[in-house]
Write a protein that binds this ligand. Structure first.
Ligand SMILES: [Zn+2]
Ligand SMILES: [Zn+2]
Length: 167
């Protein structure tokens, strides 16, 4: 799930440009945090980013990584998904939707569908201005389905929430 070199360079150029125009100090460590998010399409969480950054900066803390990620979010360079306590970061800046596997927690970008073509519920228009409509499709990915099938024969019990008593 590596981002192509050309796309990565474009993202890094944009980051450097924004630092210049917004007066944000561009430190090698900040660049490394951004690179860790921008180089992967895995939608990493802060701990995954930390592991990537630690290869070059062994002393960097999770706290620093978090602060940098939220700064990047403020700059509009990095989007987020998921709940605040398990937030994941995304350097794909084009509007898009997500597919999230509930089993393995992997996330895929859905780029084909034009997000602006997705009409928000009428209720939402009454609440205020709509800036973005993001769709999160949740399911079980084909890899996890294969693993499930290999592990146990398909039965009713496997599909309902009934807990099986060990025999
Ligand atoms: Zn999965
Ligand atoms: Zn995404």
């Amino acid at each position: 799930m590596q981002v192509q070199a050309i796309e990565l360079q474009k993202r890094i150029d944009r980051f450097q440009e924004l630092c210049r125009t917004r007066g944000v100090r561009l430190t090698p460590q900040r660049l490394e945090v951004f690179r860790a998010v921008a180089a992967s399409s895995a939608h990493p969480d802060a701990e995954m980013v930390l592991r990537g950054v630690q290869k070059r900066f062994p002393n960097v803390s999770l706290d620093t990584v978090y602060r940098t990620l939220w700064m990047l979010n403020d700059l509009g360079l990095v989007g987020t998904l998921g709940r605040r306590d398990s937030v994941r970061f995304d350097a794909e800046s084009r509007p898009h939707h997500h597919y999230v596997c509930r089993r393995c927690q992997r996330v895929w970008d859905l780029m084909e569908h034009n997000p602006t073509a997705f009409a928000p519920p009428g209720e939402a228009t009454k609440l205020g201005t709509i800036q973005e409509v993001r769709l999160e499709v949740q399911g079980v990915c084909t890899d996890c389905e294969k693993t499930d099938k290999a592990k146990r024969p398909p039965s009713k019990a496997a599909r309902t929430k009934t807990t099986r008593t060990p025999s």
